[in-house]
Write a protein that binds this ligand. Structure first.
Ligand code: R5P
Length: 292
């Protein structure tokens, strides 16, 4: 029964304090709906505005990649140091315990293997399944200049349309064909096309020359892929330079899970991304954690 007697009548309406209207911290994302923003805020740390995504989706086109043979043994212990886990639904359901509360970015395109033309992909996860898995974003490969360029762009726009219906952001992953120039001109083109067509954030590669022009003319956040394994110090320097030149984080795989000490490496990467740690200091941290 409702409590009608003795109801406390002293109320404070704080009429002298206007309600705050906050902007959203993430580049180009202020006009999105609440659900989209909330998911993005689970990928990007609202304090630093940045993210450390641990990418382990490589198996979707190249099978058991070095370092990912046993995701249960090699990757699960690293998840605690990431902001987001990027992976396939097969690995999510078969290996990742549902008690993991890190945000999930699901690999949502597929259909070709390293034995064939890689750009020949389609959407490989439907929106209902993404909702069922409670994902924070769907990732799709976009092959600008590739043989199946248009098909991959349409995969992206279809995912964006479906995701927008339910408040799920789309991450466009710019894939570069073997014979294409990896330069600022190309990455400005590729990232801008993805953003213009509605991608909520974009993964691309770091380049030494003019990377800041890529981030500055892309209206939504950019995260960098790590690429092939390079020495730990060089990978930390690459992450540092990318962040200082406008990247909003990393989506790093091989340079973490193929490191001599993946756990030390992901913690050093975190320091670079979230605390602006210089590469030299981050490398010291890596060596310290590796020894301990
Ligand atoms: C590759 O196609 C996947 O999308 C990876 O997630 C991406 O390349 C990042 O991994 P890595 O740092 O190993 O390049």
């Amino acid at each position: 029964m409702a409590d009608l007697d003795g109801v406390k009548e002293v109320k404070n309406f704080y009429t002298d304090i206007p309600q705050k209207t906050e902007g959203f911290f993430l580049k180009g994302s202020n006009s999105l709906d609440w659900g989209m923003k909330n998911r993005l805020a689970r990928i990007f740390n609202p304090q630093s505005g940045r993210t450390v995504m641990l990418a382990v989706d490589h198996g979707y086109f190249q099978g058991p990649t070095t370092g990912l043979e046993r995701i249960d043994l090699n990757i699960l212990p690293l998840v605690q140091y990431s902001d987001t886990l990027m992976l396939t639904r097969g690995i999510l359901r078969s290996i990742v315990p549902p008690s993991v509360t890190k945000s999930i970015v699901i690999r949502a395109s597929g259909g070709s293997s390293i034995l064939k033309e890689l750009s020949n992909e389609e959407i490989a996860v439907n929106i209902e399944d993404s909702i069922r898995m409670n994902v924070c974003a769907m990732a799709v490969q976009v092959f600008i200049g590739g043989e199946f360029e248009k098909q991959s762009i349409i995969n992206m726009t279809k995912l964006i349309d479906m995701g927008t219906r339910y408040g799920i952001p789309t991450l466009a992953v710019t894939a570069v064909g073997k014979n294409m120039a990896r330069d600022a001109l190309y990455f400005r083109l590729a990232t801008r096309i993805c953003a213009e067509l509605g991608a909520h954030y974009i993964k691309t590669y770091y380049i030494e020359k003019d990377f800041e022009t890529v981030t500055s003319c892309c209206p939504v956040p950019i995260v960098i892929a790590g690429g092939k394994k390079i020495p730990e110090f060089d990978a930390l320097k690459m992450a540092y330079n990318a962040i200082q030149q406008g990247a909003s984080g990393v989506d790093m795989g091989r340079n973490i899970f193929q490191s001599e000490s993946p756990s030390a490496m992901i913690q050093a990467v975190r320091a670079v991304v979230h605390n602006n740690e210089k590469p030299e200091k981050a490398f010291e941290l890596y060596n310290f954690l590796k020894r301990s």
